[in-house]
Design a protein around this ligand. Structure first.
Ligand SMILES: [Zn+2]
Length: 253
């Protein structure tokens, strides 16, 4: 068990004791005191309380690792591959298992063009993955693995949860499968309503050698996401950065 769990539980037990000893204000404070910290462990990429999360890689050169989530999509993946080819960039695509089942040829094409493939769950349960119990968490991991195996596309033992939100059962399940959790160093929130130039300004603050960059493809904002990716690749070229796929031994938490 992670050491922070008994600490957090102790706060709640203290609150109950204080309430019984007629200190309601102190009880309220003790009850909620650890919660902002616990919330951050679910949602912040750099938090490590639920287990190690890769957020950068070691390199002496001007190199970044571009990661593209939420594919494959027949409307966007071919265009994204063309953009990457035009910039001589390599990327890792974190794919959703159900979409791989529908478009296995796109998964094979991603790999054939020299890019990496990681696991982004079977069904991308963005709002409920944080509360998934071990059985459902395992189903999401293994379902995506099964879809990738059926597609015949080679893939890496890398996992990224939907919207980067973890749950307390994820780390042991990944460890028992020899998989690593990969999050990011910088993102532009290109999946929302933010305009691509604003998303580029946001992500560029985190661009440095060894950064892991998060982008997306497909979905309702597909054209904005593609425009963002084009701006990002132009920016990286201007700044003298190469998009590479790092070796396992260079990954850092
Ligand atoms: Zn996603």
């Amino acid at each position: 068990m992670r050491p922070w769990i008994p600490v957090a539980v102790s706060f709640k037990a203290c609150a109950v004791a204080l309430a019984f000893s007629h200190h309601p204000a102190a009880a309220l404070l003790a009850f909620f005191a650890p919660d902002p910290w616990i919330f951050m462990q679910f949602v912040l990429a750099r938090s490590q309380a639920f287990g190690p999360a890769v957020t950068r890689f070691a390199t002496p050169r001007r190199e970044v690792w571009l990661t593209i989530d939420d594919g494959p999509h027949p409307e966007s993946t071919p265009a994204v591959l063309e953009l990457l080819r035009g910039h001589g960039a390599r990327a890792t695509f974190f794919l959703v298992g159900e979409q791989v089942r529908s478009h296995p040829e796109l998964a094979r094409r991603i790999a054939a063009e020299g890019h990496g493939i990681g696991n982004h769950t079977l069904s991308h349960p963005a709002w409920s993955f944080w509360s998934a119990l071990p059985g459902r968490t395992a189903h999401e991991i293994d379902g995506c693995v099964a879809a990738l195996l059926l597609s015949n596309a080679p893939f890496q033992r890398l996992f990224r949860p939907p919207v980067g939100v973890r749950n307390p059962f994820l780390d042991p399940l990944l460890a028992s499968r020899g998989m690593r959790l990969v999050l990011w160093s910088a993102r532009g929130f290109d999946g929302g309503r933010r305009r691509p130039p604003a998303a580029l300004r946001a992500i560029s603050r985190g661009i440095r050698p060894g950064a892991i960059l998060l982008a997306h493809e497909g979905g309702p904002g597909a054209s904005r996401r593609r425009e963002f990716l084009a701006l990002l690749l132009d920016h990286l070229s201007r700044e003298g950065y190469s998009c590479v796929i790092p070796e396992d031994g260079d990954l850092r938490c």
